[in-house]
Design a protein around this ligand. Sequence first.
Ligand code: CP
Ligand code: NVA
Length: 303
Amino acid sequence: MKKDFLAITDFSQNEVRETLKLAAELKKKKGQVLDVLKGKTVACIFHKPSLRTRISFEVGINELGGNSLYITEKEIELGVRESIHDVAKVLSRYVAMIEIRTFSHQSLIELAKYADVPVINGLTDLLHPCQIMGDMLTIIEHKGRIDGIKIAYLGDGNNVCNSWLKAASLIPMDLRIGTRKETWPDSRILKEAKDAGKSTITITDNPKEAVMNADVIYTDVWASMGQKDQAGSKAELLKEFQLNSQLLAGADSNHVVMHCLPAERGREITDEIIDGRHSIVFDQAENRLHIQKAIMVKLIQSA
Ligand code: CP
Ligand code: NVA
């Protein structure tokens, strides 16, 4: 049966670990063209802008021997020009896999339900699973492990934060979210992660408490794509959660700083911190390529 990757929890804990291992192996073969996708085409649909996701998928598909098709909203007008059902059925007759970045998570679920080929979530308003899979690979490289790692996520409880919660429901970690009540992550995902009982999950409105003893200090933009009209109000609400040298002066001396990028420098993170010696943001960006290749290999093998 075909398998999709819409959320990290679409994989079992074991599959997540296997995918991380495979990504590390593929990274060692960087630049080599493999034949996993030979003769196959992957549709890459983007309803929002992208640098990392688009390019790393396209390069990754090429490196697996396949072809990619970049499709914007203007071409297929998903659910407008024709139903999501019909788009899913037609695309499945042409391509081996579909990657999609869109607004509504519900539309993604509907596309995956009707597609006969694997569907990968390249970001929705709710989740960004490929990002956090790549980030776990980066943490393993820098810290030697993901299990038991102390992660402080500061800022908006958005798709990236929700995906950390999904990861924490499978892999044991100490996840501390520093945010305001108004910007909490999705309540259902938070409850599921707590109920899974794998990780320690804390939410605090005290940024100092969040970063204390953390191995990893993570942030993302305060206003995500599609919410830029809220940039001013979110900035006011979250200003104490900015990653700056004053806040991080109280952090563990071996911490690493992560940001999925794109960053709004001077807002959620200062230049000093993103360009500082603890920052591993470009390793994160590179690892999107390796992890997505591993995800595609896993899905194509199960299709
Ligand atoms: N981190 C990330 O997904 O970046 P893009 O929006 O550029 O794809
Ligand atoms: N939370 C951000 C992530 C960008 C990669 C957004 O959705 O815009």
